[in-house]
Design a protein around this ligand. Structure first.
Ligand code: ISE
Length: 306
């Protein structure tokens, strides 16, 4: 299949393994968009080859695999990895962060997030509502609140009768932030009507929330309405393009930008806690390793090459 696709693209070629591609001297930078359990191998190989790598979420599927990537990257002495948390490149979330960081609402106290999928594909398993869907809300909460998640709880509502038997749907995924703010993520995966992403941060003196994404409102017959996106491709197409272009611009200079291996590690650890909390129904405390200096973000920007 790779050969047939490469045949149709100028200067493209298909290689037998990921390692061959990573080692190819003609290849300057790597995109890892393969199945999640293969990410660790390819990201470690890219770091070893000294090449910049864009890794689709998750960075890796276990805490231990993420820590091996952190160790390798810290040992290399520079950032090589950007993780595909594309909501950070969405105009709406960027405007929310600017309002919060600009002090417009006072200290953030709560973040209400809604993540509604109209349906999910047949391969979707019960753990994916946490580690494939809510993983975005985990990262965007850390991004907006500029803080780490220190505990998690998952509450399950009455099951959506439209969901497949093996799925838990909807869930309420609750985070406690290190600085005391609270986050609640309402995640639905069979809500039918559209792909609807909601977000509101409540501060001491105001709120900031994502606006509707419809470009027009149609009024007729005494009613009015606008379009709600069909899926994440429609809702986030611009974010995917911005994310990729910013990665390419940095990689062309041999540098990294955006969500780092640390962000990928934190998201994987929080999602593992979320799965434990969904299973137990209990509050689960979360502790991350000491953050290496390579990933510390200062007022002047990340200490890594950004
Ligand atoms: C999918 O993998 C995504 O990344 C989408 O952003 C999310 O909304 C969807 O639920 C996931 O399955």
């Amino acid at each position: 299949r790779a050969k047939s696709i490469a045949a149709g693209l100028p200067a493209a070629k298909a290689l037998q393994t990921g390692q061959e591609l990573i080692d190819d001297p003609e290849v300057d930078a790597i995109v890892v968009a393969s199945w999640g359990p293969t990410h660790e191998e390819y990201v470690l190989a890219s770091i070893a080859a000294g090449k910049q790598v864009f890794c689709e979420k998750p960075l890796a599927t276990t805490r231990e695999a993420c820590e091996r990537i952190l160790d390798a990257e810290v040992k290399s002495g520079k950032r090589h990895v950007m993780v595909g948390f594309m909501r950070r490149y969405d105009d709406g979330y960027r405007a929310m962060k600017a309002a919060i960081d600009g002090g417009e609402i006072g200290a953030p106290l709560m973040f209400h997030s809604g993540h509604r999928n109209p349906s999910v594909p047949p391969h979707y398993t019960s753990d994916m509502i946490i580690n494939d869907t809510c993983v975005h809300d985990v990262d965007v909460a850390r991004f907006l609140l500029n803080d780490e998640i220190v505990a998690a709880r998952v509450l399950t509502a009455r099951k959506n009768s439209l969901a497949s038997d093996h799925l838990t749907d909807p869930v309420l995924f609750i985070f406690e932030m290190a600085g005391g703010a609270l986050v609640d993520v309402e995640a639905s995966i069979n809500i039918q009507y559209a792909y609807d992403i909601r977000g509101e941060v409540v501060g001491e003196s105001g709120t900031v929330e994502l606006a509707e994404t419809n470009t027009v409102v149609v009024k007729k017959g005494g009613q009015y309405g606008g379009r709600v996106p069909e899926d994440w491709r429609e809702r986030f197409i611009r974010a995917y393009d911005t994310e990729f272009q910013e990665w390419i611009n940095a990689a062309a200079k041999g540098e990294s930008t955006g969500p780092s291996s640390w962000d990928g590690y934190a998201a994987t650890v929080v999602c593992a806690a979320g799965l434990e909390a969904m299973e137990s129904g209990e509050r689960v405390e979360i502790s991350l390793r000491e953050q290496p200096d390579l990933y510390k973000v200062t007022a002047a920007g990340p200490t890594g090459t950004d």
